[in-house]
Design a protein around this ligand. Structure first.
Ligand code: PLP
Length: 383
């Protein structure tokens, strides 16, 4: 058995064909494919608008920046997440305020959230950790009452449904990631989804140097306006923006991926079912999330065991890749200063979690092999 990877993007003919078409047009930068991908993606998620950017990190940065919050205000974020969730407030001169997570599913703990809230909090970023939805039905009305900007960090989920509503439609602004390991990929990329037109226009401008028109819009004006119109090139710099836009090459790949997203999620759910049945009777290895294999869009298959480091070494010998998602942010050098101590669940659970190989075309043979290895390890601990 060769080494089994943790993640593997599923890219092929459809992506190559789309990229070829972009090559044949020789328009590889900010162009029609970006606009098309934005339209199709917002329709798929169910928001009025979408802005394509070059990473999920850029999406989170701009989502917060678009609100112009006064410096040093606080943004509530969960402890266990990818670092970009807490970096986004810092990029904007704001401070992350860490909230404990639930042991049952690693998403933000609503009771701790209410405790951690203070009047200087301006926003809340909920993370659908590993693809598992945060408790949005409780969080959303509470955040509204507190007048907090509610952001969904949906980087680890795409196409999932929670309580009958698409993930990405529960908040004011939702941010997605298309980096190479995610549910769909453009190599690197991201998307900001929302319904507010004014904010959408600002986000679009912020994603491309703060201009009020993107290059493709200006190109179209050249051809569409009346003959004597000579100002198609004109733009106004309205904001201090960034070079965060997506380009036509990556957008064309995103369009191919989006056309296959339901298949990807179906395959992921099938693999999860196999894993869950396989480990059902184990004593020392349990799933981290209460997986919903019907409506879910999961990025991680994670298990918990009090023998985590031993298990990692055992699986390494069997050539099975593993990782830990994630070391809690307040335990990192940069974020220690923002720790406000009472993070009990985080400290208890993180030492037990480990992620196993999980991607849509993981073969049955490999899944069975992994399950058998887990069984062997569990058995060795039971005697
Ligand atoms: C929860 C979360 N937020 C944000 C990001 C950042 O996305 P990107 O890598 O596309 O910048 C990621 C993934 O990498 C993530 O897992």
């Amino acid at each position: 058995m060769k080494k089994i990877r943790l993640f593997k993007p599923w890219v092929g003919r459809e992506e190559l064909n789309n990229i070829k078409k972009v090559f044949s047009k020789s328009w590889i930068g900010y162009g029609p494919q970006v606009h098309k991908f934005e339209k199709k993606f917002s329709k798929f998620i169910g928001t009025k608008y979408a802005v394509a950017v070059n990473s999920g990190t850029a999406a989170l940065h701009l989502a917060l920046l678009s609100c112009n919050f006064p410096k040093n205000k606080k943004v509530l974020v969960p402890t266990i997440t990818f670092s970009a969730t807490a970096a986004a407030p810092l990029y904007c001169g704001l401070k992350p305020k860490f909230v404990d997570i639930r042991k049952e599913d690693l998403t933000i703990d609503f009771d701790d959230l209410k405790k951690k809230y203070t009047k200087d909090c301006v926003a809340l970023i909920c993370v659908h950790m590993g693809g598992h939805p945060s408790q949005m039905e409780k969080i959303r009305p509470w955040a509204k009452k507190k007048k907090l900007l509610l952001i969904e960090d949906s980087a680890e989920s795409c196409g999932g449904i929670y309580k009958g509503k698409k993930i990405g439609t529960w908040s004011d602004i939702s941010c997605f990631s298309f980096e190479e390991k995610k549910i769909i990929t453009t190599g690197d990329g991201g998307m900001i989804c929302l319904n507010d037109k004014k904010k959408y226009e600002k986000l679009k401008s912020l994603s491309f140097h703060g201009w009020n028109k993107d290059p493709w819009e200006r190109h179209l004006m050249f051809f569409k306006k009346k003959k004597n119109f000579s100002k198609h090139w004109k733009y106004e710099i309205e904001n201090l923006g960034f070079k965060y836009n997506m380009n036509d090459l990556t957008a064309s790949m995103g369009l191919a991926q989006l056309s296959k997203i339901n298949l990807f999620n179906q395959k992921r759910n099938l693999i999860l079912k196999k894993y869950l049945i396989g480990i059902k009777n184990l004593n020392y290895i349990k799933p981290v999330f209460p997986y919903d294999t019907k409506n879910g869009s999961y990025w991680l298959f994670s298990i918990k065991t009090k023998f985590r480091d031993e298990l990692i070494n055992f699986l390494k010998e069997k050539k099975i890749s593993t990782a830990v998602h994630f070391v809690p942010l307040p335990m990192n050098k940069l974020y220690k200063q923002f720790d406000n101590k009472s993070l009990k669940n985080t400290k208890d659970i993180w030492k037990e979690i480990v992620s196993l190989p999980f991607f849509p075309n993981l073969e049955n043979k490999k899944i069975n092999y992994i399950i058998n290895c887990l069984k062997k390890f569990d058995e060795s601990k039971s005697i």
